[in-house]
Design a protein around this ligand. Structure first.
Ligand code: SF4
Ligand code: SF4
Length: 420
């Protein structure tokens, strides 16, 4: 019952949020009409599981969207809240027997609400200035400064400004250990690698690892300087205009670089890049694990044994949009002696969901607590996850518990164990 999610507001198809009027309303009604109200999506919906409230379920949100579009109800803070509290995890789309295109519906409905709402996209400034964002993250991670701004005294001072959570959940930047570059000659062509905005700083170990794995397989990796954000957060907010403005420099940078394939290591960015940012271009967007797993020479990579237990969290975007979860399992299984254990009830959102963890702290924390409890029960030596937002959020949750468990991306783990 799986079908391609349209969370990214596919550029190739109708663009309901371009006209927040009659066409958008008609499209929302058309999409909502496909829901037969069977309720099969309720058990997999994270927000429903937290609150057991029909208004916080896919079925409830579809009913709100339909009532808004037909004018049966007017927008109100309560309705907006129920629609805004959707994580856009697409677990409902995955199990829906009627193949309701929930992703398209929630983006269109949020677009409709934006026409009357004055709420700005909170992170818009930073997403438009990725270099500034990276500089700020590096500054906040300076030795001593991070501990200082996360101290209880500074946290208390920041609370009235509502900045305490932002500071508490700052990404910890990984150290990139210089390793000998692969000596394999470039024989397989050039591929682009998408770095992202926050991920360009928080996943720099992943990007270095990807370059090394790809070089060992004979690929030259191109990292165009002009690339920036994918626009996913703006899409989630129903702001397709901002999404396109954010994605345009990225698209142009890869077109100028002359690559025909762009690899993505953050599953949260993948759908927007594939369905929106690069839609209509000749560039093919590939999920990096799926690309590596399908490579004819992947068997030539030799990995050192790792006698450890790795708990694996599958991000909802990985399972529901990128569909590369099986490829990740196969790649990790190439590391000898490593025991791989999946967290139970996967795929299930960890609560990070873009900037959701900043806007809806209670729900996000409840979901993270569940993940961390499941992780603790497995007594792993490391936690593996393939999306930058999940990695940051889970890593911070572990440290807030005083647990020193490494949280690592599959690509970084593979490169760490690479023998070639
Ligand atoms: S599973 Fe699909 S058809 Fe059933 S209630 Fe959920 S969205 Fe509607
Ligand atoms: S996208 Fe996720 S959070 Fe939103 S209604 Fe569907 S299952 Fe629930």
């Amino acid at each position: 019952m799986m079908h391609a999610s349209r969370l990214s507001g596919d550029r190739a198809g109708a663009d309901p949020a371009c006209d927040p009027g009659r066409d958008a309303r008609a499209r929302i009604v058309e999409l909502a009409d496909q829901c037969v109200k069977c309720g099969l999506c309720l058990p997999v919906c994270p927000t429903y599981r937290v609150g057991r409230n029909e208004a916080e379920s896919p079925r409830g949100r579809i009913a709100f969207a339909q009532a808004l579009a037909t004018g049966q109800i007017a927008a109100s803070p309560t309705v907006e809240q129920h629609l805004d509290q959707c994580l856009a995890c697409m677990s409902c789309e995955r199990v829906c027997p009627s193949q309701v295109r929930y992703g398209e519906l929630i983006v269109a409905t949020r677009g409709l609400l934006r026409a009357t709402s004055t709420k700005p996209l909170r992170l818009a400034f930073w997403l438009r200035h990725p270099r500034l964002l990276r500089a700020a993250l590096h500054f906040a991670n300076l030795p001593g400064l991070r501990n200082c701004i996360q101290s209880s005294i500074v946290q208390a001072a920041l609370r009235p400004l509502r900045l305490d959570r932002l500071v508490r959940e700052l990404p910890r930047l990984p150290r990139v250990i210089a390793r000998a570059r692969a000596t394999t000659a470039v024989s397989r062509g050039r591929v682009g690698l998408f770095l992202g905005c926050i991920a360009a700083a928080a996943d720099r170990d992943v990007h270095a690892a990807a370059v090394r794995l790809l070089a060992t397989l004979g690929y030259e990796t191109v990292l165009p300087r002009g690339q920036a954000c994918c626009g996913a957060l703006a899409v989630h907010a129903g702001d397709l205009e901002s999404a396109d403005a954010l994605g345009t420099p990225t698209r142009q940078a890869f077109i100028d670089a002359g690559v025909d394939t762009v690899l993505v290591s953050a599953s949260g960015c993948f759908g927007t890049l594939r369905d929106r940012t690069f839609a209509g271009t000749k560039i093919r967007v590939r999920e990096i694990h799926e690309f590596l797993d399908g490579d004819t020479r992947i068997g030539e990579l030799k990995f050192r044994p790792l006698a450890q237990r790795a708990a694996v969290h599958t991000p909802c975007t990985q399972a529901n949009i990128a569909h590369a979860d099986a490829a990740i399992q196969r790649l990790l299984a190439r590391i000898p002696q490593m025991e791989i254990v999946a967290l139970p009830t996967e795929p299930q959102c960890c609560g990070a969901a873009g900037d959701y963890f900043l806007r809806h702290a209670d729900i996000a924390d409840a979901l993270r607590t569940e993940k961390l409890d499941q992780t603790a029960a497995l007594t792993p030596d490391l936690l593996v996850t393939s999306n930058v937002g999940c990695r940051i959020f889970l890593d911070n949750g572990l440290r807030q518990r005083g647990v020193a468990l490494p949280v690592i991306h599959p690509i970084a783990l593979l490169a760490q164990q690479l023998e070639n």
